[in-house]
Design a protein around this ligand. Sequence first.
Ligand SMILES: [Fe+2]
Ligand SMILES: [Fe+2]
Length: 357
Amino acid sequence: MRKLDDVNFGQDIRNLRAEDNVISIEESEKFMIEKKKKEMIEKFGELIKFVDNRYENSNIAKNEEQLGEFKKHNRQILELVIEEGIKRGISDDEIEILVASAVLHDLCKGDVAPEWAKGIDNFMVAYHGEAVAQEIESSEELQAIIREKLGDENFDENIKKLQTAFRSHMGPGVNADSLGKDENEIEDSKIGFMAKMRRGINAKLKERGMKELKHPLPEKGDDISEILLAADMFSLASPGGVQKVLKIRSLVPNFKKEDQELCSEYQNDGIELSLGEAALISAFNSGNSARDMFENKNDQKWIQKAIDQTESFKGFKYGVDDKNAELVNAQVVKEKMIAYEEAKKQREFRERIDEAA
Ligand SMILES: [Fe+2]
Ligand SMILES: [Fe+2]
């Protein structure tokens, strides 16, 4: 009988099972995924180093914890895209492009904004996809690594595929097309975190007479862009991603102000909400809009899995340092959200009656 170690990647796992009766299809798939992960981490080691170096020489490195989070996020996305790519049956060549897109997708996230965008808050958060798409076109060093890893053949095409994936990984935002709406008709609070940020940035760019930013969505059939975006959104909606959102919201004054406003709204309808709980509601909303960006039901289901994990998590922390942080229970927050919707409905109903009287 053949041992598990002898299984060749790419071999038809169904045949293997029929011949040898060694392992179940699920186990084989898991094994293939783990093997591919190892193989890809080794193959793209130089590219991973390239990204790590960029972070280590940027503002991100001023905060050790943040630096760790950036690296951890990239590793998570790399593993997620391999898992998902194999499950969806995309070819080995496509998996390699997908892995390169995952390794590089946040390369420019910690960079300083270009001169023409100086002074615009959060600019690189909304621009880093476009920035890496441009860099891969102009950087000889980066191109040499890509050529070595993905081969000479189809080089230009591969670069284009990577650029498209980088440009379309900027979520969450509402998919206005699938709602049959014009994006401008959607109000700020409902448009999704990234799209709202883009709106603010575009208003400033317009004042300066500059071209507005665009965040395209993956085109139908473009597996690489779709899996990259879905993996990034899965990460955002999962407990680890939500914990990061909470931390950022406790640090940034503007977010804190938004969360305070939500607390007052809830209070007006008789529901006490702490700042941490308000921040968690905002993270919930991001997770939901991340899911709803996708028309593909498989993507939606995948992100829903992350949302389910988040909704049952009881130990989120809100605060600058973990020791003094407020503990936030997602289940309690979920209940408060339902109670608030109910209270609001009743109040609006009473107001309509009063008006009619
Ligand atoms: Fe990103
Ligand atoms: Fe990312």
